[in-house]
Design a protein around this ligand. Sequence first.
Ligand SMILES: O=C(O)CCC(=O)C(=O)O
Ligand SMILES: [Fe+2]
Length: 382
Amino acid sequence: MAPGQVACCAFSPAPPAPAAASSAINIPGKDKLEWPEPIHRVQSIAESGIKCLPPRYVRPEEERPTGHVLVEERIPLIDLSGLQDDSRRKKTMEEICSACKNWGFFQVINHGMSSELLEAGRDVSNRFFHLPLEEKQKHANDPKTYVGYGSRIGVQKGAILDWGDYYYHHFLPSSIREEHKWPSQPLEYRPTMKEYCIGALQLCKTLLSVFSQNLGLPLTTLEEAFGGKENIGICVRLNYYPVCPQPDLTFGLSPHSDPGGITILHQNEVSGLQVRKSHYWVPVHPIPNALIINLGDQIEILTNGIYKSVEHRSIVNNNKERMSIVVFCNPSGEQKVGPVKDLVHDSNPIKYREMTFNEYRMFIRTTGTKGKSYVNSINSSS
Ligand SMILES: O=C(O)CCC(=O)C(=O)O
Ligand SMILES: [Fe+2]
């Protein structure tokens, strides 16, 4: 067991998520966003051979990743082939229902994306991050869109930064795909990622219909609430977490819930993802060719809190780089998202105020990762 980790609950709980942010911060228009300081690539800092973490990455003692980790606990693992088999479908639906209600996070196998496709995704992502810095810099992103090669989320001057670089781009709707803004190298990147996104979209649609059915709604309800076939959003973030000289002082990605709808995450063979369960953190160890599904804030809002988005974080280590490929399935940017009417009734009165996903995502784009503070700030019952 790693230092600072424990197998039981005989210790003080993890600190609560930061308080609601929306009333305290000024969210400017997207066109006003600028990086407040020069961007440094974490990969370059790591490769310079430093022995101490630069102060910009050091978290205050009470926020550090050590402790509060339930090393024996696991998120549910669900075999999705059961959805295609009449004799197992009901049980599989129930497993998904229970995972959504109790965890908001689960791993799936037999999900329809082949092991070759997942490996090809890992391969192009790995090759992109190992290109020379000048090549990656050609795609440097800015906070107006976040599309491209990035090294921070949020534009607050003096913020403590995370120990990771990323690449972010859209796939759907095709009107904002801008394939010329995807990595141009390796050459296989674009065709591979297109195929990867098509597979992830299919899985998202299946999950949206399973969730609708489990909630007692017509099968297409959630897909339509996302804007329907033509407008559903799919975007990709490749995360790269270099080896870190002092991993106990920082995060690869600090605690947050995903602002969008459903997230499909695939990680390389290095552990690091942790999921908040009540006051503790549960590690999600890699299972070859499995995908990790998690519910984002838009699902919490649409279901009027019946399903909850879940805080998660990634930790780093001092001997192995870590990567993840994350596909976000989101409502259309322009469509207003609020609780589905059939889920609002006397015993579950309306909790969340409506806004478009484009408005909603400005919170994280401005202030960075802040636990579940955004969704809590628009929840009238919290
Ligand atoms: O890399 C990971 O394990 C977490 C990534 C993540 O949470 C994200 O990209 O939103
Ligand atoms: Fe996330």
